[in-house]
Design a protein around this ligand. Structure first.
Ligand code: FAD
Ligand code: SIN
Length: 539
C-alpha cells in the first residue's frame, strides 16, 4: 500500500469540489499541499450537465432582492428550509458570482454586455444566470478546471475512488483510503481535512437525468463512518426529461424552456397544467412532476409532451442550442414538433448533515454541494439554487479553513490501523461478477417502490427487496472495481432513503405518501445515523 499526506484532500471534481480547491489554494496555509481526487476524469460530474443556470441575486439587478429570493426558496422548501442557511447563501450570492467571473467563468450577456437573467419555476424574479445558452454547468466547469490545472500546487488524482475515510476512536477524521482501478491498488492518504464533494444519487433510479457517477458514494462513506444524515427521503424528480432512453440516463429538457413559454400538453395537444396549479407550467417542481406522472397514468402512456412551437424559432435555437441539437438527433425539431417528456430522478435534497462551514458530525470531515444537507432546499429545491449552494459552501469551507492550523496526524490509533490493515490484506480471492445486472434490479426497485408516489406497502416491499439484493451481492466491503464499490454504496443509500421515507408519515414537498396525503402541522427533519451496525433515527 502506498502512503501519502496532505494538508487538505477534496473528493469530487464537480463545481463544488473544483471551486473549493481554488479557494482553499488561494486562501489557506497548506504546508503539506492540497489534493483533489476524482473517480472519473477532472470535471466529469452532474455539474457538467447543468443546463438552466445558476441563481445570482446581484446588487445591480434592481428587479430582485435577497428578501425575494429567500422568500421563494423557503416557500418551495415546504417548511423544511433553514432560514439561517437560506439567508447565508442568498446574501453571499453577489460576491461569489463576482468571484467566479474573476476565475474566468463567463455568463451570457446582451448586446450591451449586460448579464442576462432568466426566469424559472417558482422564482418571482428573473435572477438566473446562464452560459452557452443551455450549457451553464459545462461552461462554469470548463473555466474552473482550467484554473485548477494551472495551479501547479493543486495535486490531482483522476480515476481514483475514495472508498472509506479513516476515523479514530475520538470521532476525528484523519484521512481516506482510495482505490485506483487501473493499477488495482489502494493508497492511504493522511490529512486533517477531508472534504466530500461527491455529488448526488440519481443513478439509484431507473430513470434519471444524472450521469453514471451519481451513485451517492460520499453519503455511504460518511454514513459508514458514523456521520449524521438528514432528510434522506427527499429525492427531487424533474418533470421534463426527454422520454427517450440514453445509455445510462435521460437527457434533460430544462425548466428554462417552460420559463421561456413552452407548455405541457397531452398527445392531443391539450394543455393540462391549469388543473393542477395556478402557476401552471411554472408551479413548484414537485407539483409539475406529479401532474405529468398523473396524466401519464390516467392515459396509460409513457410520456406527455412539451410544446415550444409558439416560441420564436431564432430565440429557441439561440437560447437552447444543445437541447435543440439533442432533440434533432432523435428527429424532433423543437420549433415544429412536440417534445416527448417524462419525470426522472434529478436531485437529492437529503444528504450528510452540515453546518454553514461544511462541518459534519465527524471532526475534520466536511461535505459540500449536492452530497451535503445544509438546510437550503428543505423538501423541494428551487430550480438553479444548487449551483449557487455549491459555490457559496465551497467558499465558506475555504474561509473557515483559513482559521485552522492544518497538521497531518502524527499517530494513528487501533481503529484506523485495523481499517488500513483490512485494505492492505490481499489474501482474499474475489470472483468477477456482473454488477450491471444487480444495478438494474436496484434501479427498478427504487423507481417502482420508492419513487414519485410512495406508501407503506411499497416502501416495505422495497426494504425487503433491497435486503435480498444485499444478501445476493457477493461483496461485503472489499471490491474488485470502482463499479462494485459504487454498487455497495448504492445499496446503502437506497436503504437509507426507503427507511427514511417509511418513517416520514406525511406528504411534504417531493416526499409524497399516498397513505398520508397531508403535511403534518410542524415540519421536522429526519436525522439518521449508524449505531453499532444498526440503522437508527435521531430526533
Ligand atoms: P457533482 O457535480 O456531481 O460532482 C461530484 C464529483 O464527485 C464528480 O467529480 C464525481 O466523479 C466525484 N465522485 C463521486 N464519488 C466519488 C468517489 N467515491 N471518489 C472520488 N470521486 C468521487 N442545478 C442548478 O443549480 N442549475 C441547473 O441548471 C441544473 N441543471 C441540472 C441539469 C442536470 C442534467 C443535472 C443532472 C443536474 C442539474 N442541476 C442543476 C443540479 C446540479 O448540477 C448539481 O446539483 C450540482 O452540479 C452538484 O455539484 P457537486 O459538485 O456537488 O457534485
Ligand atoms: C433545469 O434546467 O431545468 C434544471 C435546473 C435545476 O435543476 O436547477
Amino acid at each position: 500500500m502506498k502512503y501519502s499526506k496532505y494538508s487538505t484532500v477534496i473528493i469530487g471534481s464537480g463545481i463544488a469540489g473544483l471551486y473549493a480547491a481554488l479557494k482553499t489554494n488561494q486562501q489557506v496555509n497548506l504546508p503539506e499541499g492540497l489534493l483533489l481526487i476524482t473517480k472519473s476524469v477532472l470535471g466529469e460530474s452532474n455539474s457538467r450537465y447543468a443546463q438552466g443556470g445558476m441563481v445570482a441575486v446581484l446588487k445591480e439587478n434592481k428587479s430582485d432582492s435577497t428578501l425575494s429570493h429567500i422568500t421563494d426558496t423557503i416557500k418551495a422548501g415546504a417548511g423544511l428550509s433553514e432560514l439561517n442557511t437560506v439567508k447565508f447563501i442568498s446574501e453571499n450570492s453577489d460576491s461569489v458570482v463576482k468571484d467566479l467571473l474573476k476565475f474566468g467563468v463567463e455568463f451570457d450577456r446582451d448586446e450591451n454586455n449586460n448579464l442576462t437573467f432568466t426566469l424559472e419555476a417558482a422564482h418571482s424574479a428573473k435572477r438566473i444566470l446562464h452560459s452557452g445558452g443551455d450549457a451553464t454547468g459545462k461552461m462554469i466547469e470548463k473555466a474552473l478546471c482550467k484554473s485548477v490545472r494551472e495551479h501547479k500546487n493543486i495535486d490531482i488524482y483522476e480515476k481514483t475512488a475514495a472508498v472509506d475515510i479513516l476515523v479514530n476512536s475520538k470521532n476525528e477524521c484523519k484521512g481516506v483510503i482510495v482505490f485506483n482501478e487501473e493499477t488495482q491498488s489502494y493508497e492511504t492518504i493522511y490529512s486533517p481535512v477531508i472534504i466530500l464533494a461527491t455529488g448526488g444519487v440519481g443513478q439509484l433510479y431507473k430513470y434519471t437525468t444524472n450521469p453514471k457517477g451519481a451513485t451517492g458514494d460520499g453519503i455511504a462513506i460518511a454514513y459508514r463512518a458514523g456521520a449524521v444524515m438528514r432528510d434522506m427521503e427527499f429525492v427531487q424528480f424533474h418533470p421534463t426529461a426527454l422520454a427517450i432512453d440514453g445509455d445510462e440516463n435521460r437527457f434533460l429538457i430544462s425548466e428554462a424552456v417552460r420559463g421561456e413559454g413552452a407548455k405541457l400538453v397531452n398527445a392531443d395537444g391539450i394543455e393540462f397544467m391549469a388543473k393542477y396549479h395556478e402557476k401552471k407550467e411554472l408551479a413548484p417542481r414537485d407539483i409539475v412532476t406529479r401532474a405529468n406522472f398523473n396524466e401519464m397514468a390516467e392515459n396509460h402512456v409513457d410520456n406527455v409532451y412539451l410544446n415550444a412551437t409558439a416560441i420564436d424559432k431564432n430565440k429557441l435555437m439561440k437560447r437552447f442550442p444543445n437541447i435543440s441539437k439533442k432533440c434533432l438527433e432523435h428527429g424532433i425539431d423543437i420549433s415544429k414538433d412536440f417534445i416527448p417528456v417524462a419525470p426522472a430522478a434529478h436531485y437529492f435534497m437529503g444528504g450528510i448533515k452540515t453546518n454553514l462551514r461544511g462541518e459534519t458530525s465527524i471532526k475534520g470531515l466536511f461535505a459540500i454541494g449536492e452530497t451535503a444537507s445544509t438546510g437550503l432546499h428543505g423538501g423541494n429545491r428551487l430550480a438553479s439554487n444548487s449551483l449557487l449552494e455549491c459555490v457559496v459552501c465551497a467558499y465558506s469551507v475555504a474561509n473557515y479553513l483559513k482559521s485552522l492550523e492544518l497538521k497531518t496526524p502524527k499517530q494513528i490509533d487501533e481503529n484506523i490501523k485495523s481499517e488500513i490493515d483490512y485494505y492492505e490484506d490481499d489474501s482474499s480471492v474475489l470472483e468477477e461478477i456482473d454488477v450491471q445486472d444487480f444495478k438494474k434490479k436496484l434501479q427498478e426497485i427504487m423507481w417502482e417502490d420508492v419513487g414519485i408516489l410512495r406508501d407503506e406497502k411499497s416502501l416495505l416491499t422495497a426494504i425487503e427487496k433491497i435486503s435480498e439484493l444485499k444478501k445476493e451481492f457477493p461483496r461485503d466491503k472489499k471490491c474488485l472495481s470502482c463499479e462494485e464499490y459504487e454498487f455497495l454504496n448504492m445499496l446503502t443509500v437506497s436503504m437509507l432513503i426507503a427507511k427514511s421515507a417509511l418513517e416520514r408519515k406525511e406528504s411534504r414537498g417531493a416526499h409524497y405518501r399516498l397513505d398520508y396525503l397531508k403535511p403534518d402541522e410542524k415540519g421536522i427533519h429526519s436525522l439518521v445515523t449508524k449505531k453499532e451496525g444498526e440503522f437508527s433515527f435521531v430526533k
